[in-house]
Design a protein around this ligand. Structure first.
Ligand code: FAD
Ligand code: SIN
Length: 562
């Protein structure tokens, strides 16, 4: 039987189509250009790298990553890693309580306990791998504080913790004989029974993954990578929105591939907006001003120099992110302002410069002296709390695929993530997925008869600008109608607009040679669809999903599973 390797979706309706896939018949079968590994890791951020280092003791490992080896959300993490460290002052109980409180009643308590209690051991591992966290004059780790935390518990490396961790992990990866790391390899689609000609729907049980089709963006060739076990560690999707703190790689590829392969995703409506991205028109992605600065004493103010957070929460500028971002949004709308201010002028200069050297320099580079001027800040899309539904071992609804890090939804964050809990979550679940994967690997064969990618009948895009403009359209729809404050009218309008774009893009995809730009566009449309539909399903305001038509919280908290 000859089938296309592409997931082609009929172009009639976005709602129907994302639930079905169509197979074309003019494919040709090629059994060449195939690579085989025991473990395939898609993504080279903290989740993918920590997992790879561990499974590499048990078999061959291939890491693919779509840009340079370190480009990832991980690289830009500023504040640090939250973990209970000072047991005299802090406790698991307090970290658990803070996480549950931020999550607004939707966290999975069992998962929260796992992450908080196993977290410190995982942090120690990263330290052993060479990541250095700042210490105080007494030689103890200098613990920072961020919004929603009742204690100082954030380990950090100045204001570029992520870069420090990413660099340490990559040094270890480079030394490991069992690991190959392929940069500029763009994962296009997961390979399942669909590619063997079987019908796979959302009702199909026992969907299996055999590997992935990838595009080498340097040679422009598509390749097939077969693997016994695949880990999705593809990170977030900030570029579904116009303004985001995420680097350009964050386009939700892993979640979209997984959903196209008929896997289950959860809680996609909860997109976290970071309250304080630097307001610097024209700069994309937005530069983050870490929440740790508020933990250090900086205060939010409106343009008239007045504090406002006391009107919204007793924790003021250090309330959880959903509350602070909504408060800023409200103040900006009321006053017709484009930003609010973060006031650091009263802070200790020497300590500030030592702790936040990059932020100090960044502000200086655009003419802001943080000790004389207030920093203009605005909320920006930052973190996807939902994602690929996983269990406590990182397993997903598709066999042989595990997921961890930002692309996964473990139940830790509920309706709103507590600051600095995501690096921790990625480490804890990459470890758990590793333990499970090495148990499963022995019994798994490589799948035979997988056809190569079929590009028959496709041509180069007539106009690349069609793709870039459409991406901007998607970002505008999401930012204008599916942002911090939502309503049914806005969500339905967004759905209709996106449906049209979806149809046009699927038509383009069917006749065009595959490119990263086109794949990312499809993926972003898919992410937008999942966020909108999940938000429409939630008939309440909870955490990050604030809907003016349902301002109250329902008594029973439920996950949204698509
Ligand atoms: P990432 O680090 O984003 O890695 C994803 C990888 O997947 C990348 O290598 C990417 O290239 C690759 N990839 C994606 N799609 C494809 C594809 N189609 N094919 C091949 N490869 C692909 N969290 C904290 O806990 N503390 C903080 O202080 C903190 N600060 C942050 C500051 C900023 C500016 C940002 C953006 C995030 C911050 N976060 C923080 C969140 C945290 O950094 C991320 O959630 C976390 O690093 C995600 O790790 P990850 O490994 O899941 O994904
Ligand atoms: C920050 O440093 O403010 C970001 C922390 C996070 O996203 O967890």
């Amino acid at each position: 039987m000859h089938f296309s390797c592409r997931f082609l979706l009929p172009a009639a309706s976005i709602a129907g189509t994302l639930n079905h896939q169509k197979l074309t018949s003019q494919a040709f079968l090629l059994l060449c250009l195939m690579k085989k590994y025991d473990f395939l890791v898609i993504g080279s951020g903290i989740a993918g790298l920590t997992y790879a280092l561990k499974v590499a003791e048990y078999g061959s490992v291939c890491i693919i990553t779509k840009a340079s080896e370190d480009e990832s959300n991980t690289k830009y993490a500023q504040g640090g890693v939250a973990a209970v460290w000072d047991f005299d002052q802090d406790s698991y109980r307090k970290h658990i309580a803070d996480t549950l409180d931020a999550g607004d009643g939707l966290c999975d308590k069992r998962i929260v306990e796992i992450v908080v209690k196993e977290g410190p051991e995982r942090v120690r591992e990263v330290i052993d791998w060479g990541a250095k966290f700042d210490k105080n004059e007494e030689g103890e780790y200098d613990l920072g504080r961020e919004g929603g935390h009742s204690e100082h518990r954030v380990l950090h490396h100045k204001d570029n913790t992520g870069f420090e961790i990413e660099s340490a992990l990559l040094r270890q990866i480079a030394r490991h004989p069992n690991i190959e790391l392929h940069t500029h390899y763009f994962a296009i689609d997961l390979i399942t029974q669909h590619h063997l000609g079987q019908e796979v729907t959302r009702r199909t049980k026992n969907i299996e993954c055999y590997g992935v089709y990838v595009l080498n963006t340097l040679t422009k060739k598509t390749e097939t990578i077969l693997a016994k076990i695949t880990l999705l560690a593809t990170g977030g999707a900030g570029h579904a929105y116009r303004n985001t703190t995420n680097p350009i790689i964050a386009t939700g590829d892993g979640i979209s591939m997984f959903y196209r392969a008929k896997g289950k995703v959860m809680n996609m409506e909860f997109y976290q907006f970071h309250p304080t991205a630097l307001y610097n028109p024209g700069e994309h992605p937005s530069y983050l001003i870490t929440e740790a600065i508020r933990g250090f004493g900086a205060v939010l103010k409106t343009s008239d120099g007045k504090e406002f957070m006391q009107k919204y929460d007793k924790r003021k500028s250090l309330a959880p992110r959903d509350i602070v971002a909504r408060a800023i949004d409200n103040e900006m709308k009321k006053r017709g302002d484009d930003f609010v201010y973060l006031d650091c002028r009263h802070l200790d200069k020497k300590k500030f410069k030592a702790h936040f050297p990059n932020i100090y320099e960044k502000c200086k580079s655009i003419g802001i002296d943080v000790f004389k001027d207030m920093i203009p800040v605005v909320p920006a899309a930052h973190y996807l709390c939902g994602g690929i539904m996983t269990d406590e071992l990182g397993r997903t609804s598709i066999k042989n695929i595990y997921a961890c890090g930002e692309c996964a939804c473990t139940g830790l964050h509920g309706a709103n993530r507590l600051a600095s809990n995501s690096l921790l979550e990625a480490m804890v679940f990459s470890h758990r997925a590793y333990l499970e994967a090495i148990k499963a690997i022995g019994k798994l064969p490589f799948k035979k008869g997988i056809p190569d990618w079929n590009a028959e009948g496709t041509v180069n895009p007539e106009e690349m600008v069609l793709i870039t403009f459409t991406r901007l359209e998607v970002q505008n729809i999401m930012s204008n109608y599916v942002g911090i404050v939502r309503s049914n009218l806005r969500l339905r309008r967004a759905f209709k607009r996106l449906e049209l774009i979806y149809r046009e893009t699927e038509e383009l995809y069917q006749r065009t040679i595959v490119s990263p730009e086109l794949c990312e566009l499809r993926n972003l449309i898919n992410i937008g669809y999942l966020i909108i539909v999940s938000s429409l399903e939630r008939k309440e305001s909870r955490g990050l999903n604030f809907n003016t038509d349902f301002p109250k919280k329902l008594s029973e908290a439920k996950n949204t599973i698509l």
